[in-house]
Write a protein that binds this ligand. Sequence first.
Ligand code: NDP
Length: 237
Amino acid sequence: MTMFQGKTVLVLGGSRGIGAAIVRRFAAEGATVTFTYSGSQAAAEALAAETGSRTLRTDSADRDAVIATVRESGPLDVMVVNSGFAIFGDALDQDPDEIDRLFRVNVHAPYHASVEAARHMPSGGRIVVIGSVNGDRMPVPGMASYALSKSALQGLARGLARDFGPRGITINVVQPGPIDTDANPADGPMRDLMHSFMAIKRHGRPEEVAAMVAWLAGPEAGFVTGAMHTIDGAFGA
Ligand code: NDP
């Protein structure tokens, strides 16, 4: 598989879970891959060695660091913004600083990274942001900040598609449902509740999300932009 031979790819948040599967997929298809991490240095270094990729510590909560990393990694053919996290619990009890950090990582970083990437991206460039089906459907309490952040990405993609489309650059959001990662293990306490919402009653695999990202980043998807692509076993249906 050499669909991305000669292509330069940056994955923000690639050390574990869905991001690591995306790194593996692009590397296996011949791309020159750089990926970032914030805390998991050992996992990042192991993945970089495994895939022949370059890794950089860049906290996606740090706007200027994100912009600098995008600039220094470019010009990019493909950028994937995967870094993101959720906060659970009663909204009345949550630390406002933690909520603001969530917005910096889940919303501000995708916005600023996308704008910076597009400055130098050639025609045919691709931006893919990892959202969530919770941008469409939030069936449980305690996750409003996360739902808000993932809904915001829908506006991001719709708006920037208009800005970048004339230059041949696409931007899309991939919206996973439950995917088996450290953040949402298939044997976790929420498993049965989550599966009760789904038509295909299992967690998805990170590789399944990576396959959708690869298609959106590839040559067959040049007419696809400003759109949400849900991969969720019908969690949101
Ligand atoms: P994990 O927690 O398993 O992995 C998160 C990855 O993002 C890690 O590589 C982590 O790196 C990186 N990351 C997190 N915060 C930062 C940061 N501040 N700066 C740089 N990198 C960061 O999560 P998932 O793989 O499950 O989730 C990946 C994305 O998919 C997220 O955006 C999440 O919201 C979304 N998603 C996940 C679903 C699921 O069920 N798993 C469902 C729907 C959406 P490090 O460890 O080095 O900090």
